[in-house]
Ligand binder design. Sequence first.
Ligand SMILES: [Zn+2]
Length: 302
Amino acid sequence: MLRPSLCPHHALVYRSRQHAGRDLPLRIAELGGMYRSELSGVLGGLTRVRAIQINDGHVFCRPEQAAGEVSAALDLIEAAHAQLGIEAARYRLSLRGEGAKFVDDAGMWERAESVLREVLESRGHPFDEERGEGAFYGPKIDIQIADPAGRESTLSTVQVDYFQPERFDLECPGGGRPVMVHRSVVGGLERLAAHLIEVHGGAFPAWLAPVQAVVLPVSDAELPAAQELVRSCVAEGMRAELASPARGTLGARIRANRLVPFQLVVGPREAAGGGASVRLRDGSQAGAVPVAELAAQCRPRF
Ligand SMILES: [Zn+2]
C-alpha cells in the first residue's frame, strides 16, 4: 500500500496475529517506501523528495522494556554512524509544544519523556531539550546532522509512543497495552546519500565506494594483464573497473579516478608478475598488495 509513514502499518502487522508472552519485545524493521506530496517549491536535490526509502523500525514491548529498547536503538544508531563516517552535530530531546498539533494527554507525555530522558542521562551523552519538536504522538530523541553551511536536519530518531497502541487497540499477551518504540537508524536513504556525499566529498569509505578498485594499464601492451586483474578483483567480491589507455594518459586517468580507494597501476613489470602497483587516494604508494588483501579492506566490518 502507499504509506505516508510506516508506523500505522506496523501497528496493523502487530495486531494481525495473537502474541505469546515470549514474543515481546517484538521488533519489526524494514527498508520501505513512503510517499509525501510535497509542493514542488520545497523539493531539493536528494534532501527533500517525494518518494523516500526509509530505514524504519518499530518495537512493540511492555512498558518496563521500553528504556532497554531505546538504549539498544541508540547503540545501533551509533554503530551505524561509526561505520558510515558520520558525526552527529548534537542529540536533541524533542518535546511537546503548545497547541492542538500534539495529543492532549499530559500524563502520557510525561511518562514517555521520562523514559527518553533517563536513557540519555544514563548513557552520559549531552543533549538539548526543545519544546515543540516532538512528534504529534510523543517525544523523540533526534540525532541531528549539519551540512557544511551549518544547516541542521534530523538523520536518526528514537521515539517512545503510548498513543498509537491505544489508537490501534493493541494488546500485550496477558492484557495491558504495549509501548511502541519507533526508531530509524539512518533515516531516509536519499537524505543519507546526500549527507554522505557532502561529508566524504565523494571519497567514501572503501566498503561503501561505488567503485573500489580501478585498474590502470600503463599502455596497450599491459591491457590483457589488466583485464585479468579486474577479473580477479571481481572474483574476490570487489567492485572493480578497467580504465584503458584509450581514455587518456596515465596521469589523466588517475585524476579521473582520484576518488577510487585503490588505483592499481599495471606497468610491464607488474604485468609480467600478474600484480599491480597500488596507489591510494592521497597519492601515496602502497606497493604490490595482493588482491585478497585489498578485497579484505573493501569488506564492511559489521
Ligand atoms: Zn514510526
